[in-house]
Design a binder for this molecule. Structure first.
Ligand code: Z57
Length: 795
């Protein structure tokens, strides 16, 4: 985008404002001002969007199929990427408008649960910025991830109807509507296109989200026939499909409606792609060149039914043979795995698949037959074939489907991909080693630094003498030359301090808790899950509290522990962890003997836009999952990029963070994957509890009346999981007690080290300087070059 023509912008903004409201400027509301701003920016984007589409029409493209895109807000991000953020802010200010209030007015588009959905959004940003042709395809949920509030410390969920007042960032494209056929119902899929603006490069990609609507217009004649209820019911049943996002991260939802959502967006997307191909390549009746123009990246198992759907469309609607269609599919699909936790890897009961699309189930059986024959020819016995089967025990294994048919399977961090090879998909790696590859995750530096941390951005540009780092984050490496420069280190400290003041103000306003910006901000924000071990963090805080009570003069640097994150509504123990953190916060924060040294706050409704305020203000990044369980993590990268050392286990991308930024600038602790493998058979958490007084005092607080769970039995449940398993297992499945002592030691070190301002600031600087590798630009280029080969039309 060329430099903003300021007068024109102001004129068209005011014109839009009046056109859509019919009000005088002074009478317009915040919503009016926000809506008009969206319109004005969409008009600015429009031309480049059309030109980008036109230019890429006949080019090879990657399609990112994902059930989740966790976008967050678009206003600030679009302005940043258009390169007009500061100008527009100034112009609105001249009109007397509070720009920050408008930014805060926008609802997050929370069309995802956590890391997987946010990754998809970061990838969209990076593809546009790197001029890569990538289309996103997903679901336009009318209700995004629930809003979280706390009642007496318990999580309560409220709906998130984020588009009830409209959605300024998408265009409804009725002419591209598709019909999706289910066994028992036919619905219309209406696409809503969102522009994805590259950073000041004129590239605008498209994120196409499908909304389910009744196939026929509302049947008013039914009213006359006294069948009004039936007509309403039919409409609702269509709209139900995209009504709400399933709120579980990791845990799979085995409900028919969930598979219907998946099939719905995948079927519409495949039809869309095939129809466009036929329009532009009308002479390729047998789809011989289809794979030259398309590659489809499957984001986890959720969209994997696309494989059957493509074959269905080619066979049933384009008269290819099954064999021909399967050959096309083999060249088109690539699959990303995001977890090794069995509870997330989808296996659909065949009767549910049948209930959604009997034809797809039939095709899946056909593929399974080809697979079985393949392995029989190789000399495998029936039982040796079992781990490969797509259909087994009356279930459809969605990962097996994608690994067999697809040409690529990737993990999301080095360690994770290694575990896929030697453990989770070991059998597949033995037969198809060439399909396996790693693509370590990344985050977009536009949202997570340029937008979220304006002061740090300016500082970096000033120090490096250029803003090239916005396009090539590796340039941050140039900051290393200031590692011994006291002035620079002090400036960096001051920026962090200002960000902490900003967060403290926000937390006082929104959570009603006063925190001290001079204390260490030690932060863990992410979905609540046992494997992420928020309860390890909390047990350690209980330990600290006891220490401070017993020894009030103890040498301790004041620390504020900040939590944020949502628990899946049906995950009792995760909700117990939230209640526990809130209860510890209540006790500690109200105890005047300690509350000038120790504070705990669990922020309500952590989401993308809250993260934008939190990451820049962190001193310590808590990344404490059980080794081997967190596939990658991406929050860890957001903290690093904003200059917070990591306190972490050797898990996921933490390992790569330590490698890049240096162990000496971070705090690693805990058992490794290797350690855990060696001790798993003999691990005895009860013995640890009996022999380690620190552990015992902290764990006892769960059940000795010190902490009150309002008779919910939530704390007893956590206690039982740790040392009193009710199911005959050995307890503490996530090795919380095993890692406690080393975690305690690491915290003690941090508490000492923080006092040396320059040494600490140097660690922060070294983390920023080495965050380049964790840009999603690097990740997306790796996908484009090595999986998609998206720059070579003759692939
Ligand atoms: C999800 O957010 C992730 C994996 C899943 O299988 C599902 Br379902 C949801 C996360 C991983 O837990 C993170 O470790 C990873 O960084 C993220 O996906 C992006 O790859």
């Amino acid at each position: 985008m060329d430099k903003l023509e300021k007068d024109k912008f102001t004129d068209s903004y005011v014109e839009n404002l009046q056109r859509i409201t019919l009000k005088n400027f002074d009478e317009t509301s915040e919503k009016d001002k926000y809506d008009a701003l969206c319109d004005t920016i969409m008009e600015l984007i429009n031309q480049e969007w059309r030109e980008s589409k036109e230019k890429s029409r006949h080019e090879r493209k990657a399609y990112y199929f994902s059930a989740e895109f966790l976008i967050g807000r678009s206003l600030g991000n679009n302005l940043i990427n258009l390169g007009i953020y500061d100008d527009v802010k100034e112009l609105l200010c001249e009109l007397g408008i509070d720009f920050e209030a408008l930014e805060d007015y926008e609802d997050d588009a929370a069309l995802g649960n956590g890391g997987l959905g946010r990754l998809a959004a970061c990838f969209m940003d990076s593809a546009a910025t790197q001029d890569i042709n990538m289309y996103g395809y997903g679901v336009r949920y009318r209700e995004g991830l629930f809003k979280q509030s706390f009642e007496n410390g318990f999580q309560k969920e409220q709906g998130d109807s984020w588009i009830k007042d409209g959605d300024g960032w998408s265009i409804r494209v009725d002419s591209d509507s598709r019909i999706v056929n289910f066994k028992d119902q036919q619905v219309k899929a209406v696409p809503f296109d969102m522009p994805v603006v590259g950073l000041e490069n004129g590239k605008v990609n498209t994120l196409r989200l499908w909304q389910a609507e009744p196939f026929e217009e509302f049947e008013f004649d039914k009213f006359n026939n006294f069948e009004y209820d039936a007509a309403v019911a039919k409409k609702n049943r269509a709209e139900d499909i995209t009504r709400v996002l399933y709120p579980n991260d990791i845990q799979r939802a085995g409900r028919v409606l969930r598979l219907k959502q998946q099939y719905f967006f995948v079927s519409a997307s495949i039809q869309d792609i095939v129809a466009k191909y036929k329009r532009y390549f009308a002479d390729d009746m047998r789809f011989k060149n289809f794979h030259k123009y398309h590659v489809i990246q499957l984001n986890d198992t959720h969209p994997n039914i696309a494989i059957a759907e493509l074959i269905r469309v080619l066979v049933d609607e384009n008269s290819l043979s099954f064999e021909e269609a399967l050959e096309v599919a083999r060249k088109v699909f690539a699959f990303t795995n995001h977890t090794v936790l069995q509870e997330a890897i989808e296996k659909w009961p065949i009767d549910i698949v049948e209930e959604v699309s009997p034809r797809c189930l039939e095709i899946i059986y056909q593929i399974n037959d080809v697979l079985v024959n393949h392995f029989k020819k190789k000399g495998l016995s029936e039982t040796e074939i079992d781990p490969y089967r797509i259909v087994i025990n009356d279930q459809v294994h969605m990962a097996n489907l994608a690994i067999y048919v697809g040409f690529s399977i990737n993990g999301v961090a080095e360690l994770h991909t290694g575990i896929l090879k030697v453990d989770t998909f070991k059998h597949w790696y033995e037969v198809f080693p060439e399909k396996f590859n790693n693509k370590t995750n990344g985050i977009t530096p536009r949202r997570w630094l340029l937008y979220a941390n304006r002061p740090l951005s300016s500082f970096i540009t000033e120090k490096l003498g250029s803003d090239n780092w916005k396009y090539n984050l590796d340039e941050l490496k140039g900051l290393e030359k200031f590692a011994r420069d006291e002035k620079t280190l002090n400036e960096l400290w001051d920026i962090k301090h200002a960000n902490k003041e900003r967060l403290a103000k926000y937390i006082l306003e929104h959570e009603g808790v006063k925190i001290d910006p001079n204390s260490i901000f030690d932060i863990q924000v992410k979905r609540i899950h046992e494997y992420k071990r928020q309860h390890l963090n909390i047990l350690h805080i209980i330990y600290l509290y006891h220490e401070l009570k017993n020894n009030p003069d103890m040498d301790f640097y004041p620390t504020t522990f900040i939590f944020g994150g949502k628990a899946a509504p049906g995950y009792f123990r995760a909700k117990g962890i939230i209640k526990l953190a809130n209860e510890v916060a209540r006790v500690v924060n109200n105890d005047s003997e300690v509350n000038d040294k120790l504070k705990v706050v669990f922020v309500e409704n952590f989401r993308v836009s809250y993260g934008e305020k939190i990451y820049p203000a962190a001193d310590v990044s808590e990344q404490i999952s059980t080794a081997g369980k967190e596939a990658s993590g991406t929050g860890n990268m957001k903290f690093m990029l904003n200059g917070a050392p990591t306190l972490g286990t050797l898990d996921g991308a933490n390992i790569e963070i330590f490698d890049h930024a240096g162990e000496e600038n971070n705090y690693r602790f805990g058992a490794t994957v290797e350690d855990l493998k060696n001790i798993q058979a003999s691990y005895n958490p009860v013995k640890l509890y009996q022999t380690d007084k620190n552990i015992r005092d902290a764990v006892d607080a769960l059940v000795n009346g010190e902490l009150d769970d309002n008779n919910s039995y939530m704390f007893l449940d956590i206690y039982n999981e740790l040392i009193n398993p009710q199911d005959g297992s050995r307890g503490d499945r996530y090795y919380v007690l095993k890692d406690f002592e080393d975690y305690r030691r690491a915290h003690e070190q941090i508490n000492k080290d923080y006092r040396d301002k320059l040494a600490w600031s140097k660690k922060c600087l070294m983390n920023i300087a080495n965050a380049g590798y964790f840009s999603s630009d690097r990740t997306i280029i790796d996908y484009a070059d090595h999986i998609w080969k998206v720059d070579s039309p003759n692939y």
